[in-house]
Design a protein around this ligand. Structure first.
Ligand code: SF4
Length: 130
C-alpha cells in the first residue's frame, strides 16, 4: 500500500512508476519488454493529456496480454499495480482522458523510486506535452 497526498496526481504518479517498472525488465521476454513499455507509454499519454479516447480500454487490453506471459513475476506485479491504479483512480483517469493534464500534474512527484546507476535518486516526473 502506498499513500499519495491530496496534492499528488495519481495519473502522473502511475505513469512515472509504470515507466520505471518497464525499465526494470531484464529484456528477456517479449511481452514484458514490449508490453510494459506500451503500458507506460499509454499512461504517459494519458497523464500528458494527449491520449486517445480508448486509452483506458487499451491499458486493460495490454495488461491482459502481458499478465502471466513473462518468465518471472515482474510483469505480473507491474500490471497488477497499473490495474489497481486504474480501478482506484478511475475518476482521475477519466478526467485526464477528457480534459488533459491537471494542476496536480505540475506538483513534484511523491512516490520514491530507487535510483538507477548514473541517475539522481528521488522522484521525477515523466516527460509531458503542454
Ligand atoms: S518477465 Fe522477468 S525474466 Fe522475462 S524479461 Fe521480464 S523481468 Fe526479465
Amino acid at each position: 500500500v502506498v499513500l499519495l497526498s491530496e496534492h499528488a496526481c495519481p495519473v502522473a504518479e502511475t505513469a512515472r512508476i509504470a515507466r520505471w517498472l518497464a525499465g526494470e525488465s531484464s529484456g528477456q521476454c517479449g511481452p514484458c519488454v514490449h508490453g510494459l513499455d506500451a503500458i507506460a507509454g499509454t499512461l504517459e499519454e494519458v497523464a500528458g493529456g494527449v491520449a486517445g479516447a480508448n486509452a483506458t480500454r487499451r491499458l486493460v487490453s495490454l495488461a491482459s496480454i502481458v499478465r502471466r506471459r513473462g518468465a518471472c513475476g515482474h510483469p505480473d506485479g507491474a500490471v497488477n499495480f497499473v490495474s489497481s491504479a486504474l480501478e482506484t483512480f478511475a475518476m482521475e483517469f477519466a478526467d485526464h482522458a477528457r480534459h488533459g493534464h491537471c494542476d496536480a500534474c505540475m506538483q513534484p512527484a511523491e512516490l520514491p523510486l530507487p535510483a538507477r546507476r548514473g541517475e539522481a535518486a528521488g522522484p521525477t516526473r515523466p516527460a509531458r506535452s503542454s
